[in-house]
Design a protein around this ligand. Sequence first.
Ligand code: ARG
Length: 471
Amino acid sequence: MKKKTRAKQNQPAKVWRGRFESGPSELMERFSHSLEIDRVLWEEDLAVGRAWAKALRAANILTAAEETKIQRALRAIEQEFRRARFQFLPQDEDIHVAVERRLTELAGDAGAKIHTGRSRNDQVVTDFRLYLKRKVNELQALLRNLVQVIVTQAEATEEMILPGYTHTQQAQPIRLAHYLLSAFFALRRHSEQLNDFLLRIDELPLGSGSVAGTAFAVDRKLLATELGFSRVMENSIDATGSRSFCSEVGFICADICTTLSRYCHDFILWSGQEFSFINLGDQFATGSSMMPNKKNPDAFELMRGQAAMAIGILSGIMMLQKGLPVTYNRDLQEDKRAVFELLQITQDCLEVFAGALATCRFRKEKMEAAIDSSLFATDIADYLVRKGIPFRQAHNLVAQAVQHAERVAFCLHELPLHFWKALHPAFDDEVMKCFDAEVSVERRNAIGGTSLAQVQRQLQEAKRWLQQGTP
Ligand code: ARG
């Protein structure tokens, strides 16, 4: 910021100028402006203006002629915005002031009546809620787009089997499609969270004034219908002061980014030479300025990084509120900066993840080659269980075999049949059939398992969900 702090003489009037002798310093002026952030609310602010003018007319605050003038001016302003012709002036400290200023220029005294019984405190949250409804729908579309990519990749890779990991250690074989579809279920949950959120923000703050409510007989129920809210907020203090809707949408966004970040982490590992499970699409990989050999998973790394920022912003949103008195305080202006940024991060991540996943090529041979025969240890224990050995004992026996193999530097499948038979009489030559990834995954055929039938069931569920359209 420049150091010039002295108030300028003859500076343009502010909407709240009345009780002041001088205007604010230029420094204060710049510091308190939020137009650069809240200008994106112009469409919502105009909708709120239209509805409010109607309500004022119905309450006989405006004459029919005045309302007509206002509505006409609001339409003209809308055209100015649509054609990117709207002229902001230095004294427009936020979008609400800018629109009211222009309205008064165009509609004269009628325009000067628009703020009757209204405050920027109820105006801004009404705009914000309307805006979030729109953005949530955009997020829903991006979630669906990503699920479509998951379905396509899962269908194309149904027969691929890779080691399933827990603790980053090989655990049991799984189908790649099973792994990919796990993301569908997580994303569907996020979509449901957003729907729940929509139910909660679907109430109208407008008509709450600054803190105490409005002194004019405006029909708030009609206002709600006009603006597409299903009910009115019943307490003006809660309506103007609460920002828990910011925390809620902030959490959902941070949660979405966190989900994606975990898949990113796997894909980063899988793209490394030691795994080589995936080839990154050129469109979503980057090179090194120094090392000609490099193909880096920057898309996934950036998303993992953005998830960290998303969580930071969520914590900022909550910090903004925790020490604040109950009603409106100017601190709350920061809510939009935070939420807008978080929405942008989330949208970017959903879009980039979809692009990066769609262009990934999975390498069947590398995945299969990575399956160590120790991954079949559970299958061997299960085989003993089918022969009547209690699971705990079976577990113990196979653990001894694993330990022995390790000691003699064998892979588990290299232990000879006589070793198994000596370990326990229940073993027969069937045990050698346990070392088959296909057999192993097909055994997991209860709902939620990794067998082909179960994976196809999940796939159907994902497709059904996609076909349902936006809920
Ligand atoms: N730009 C302000 C915000 O975003 C609008 C509300 C201003 N209210 C006030 N009492 N100064 O919070």
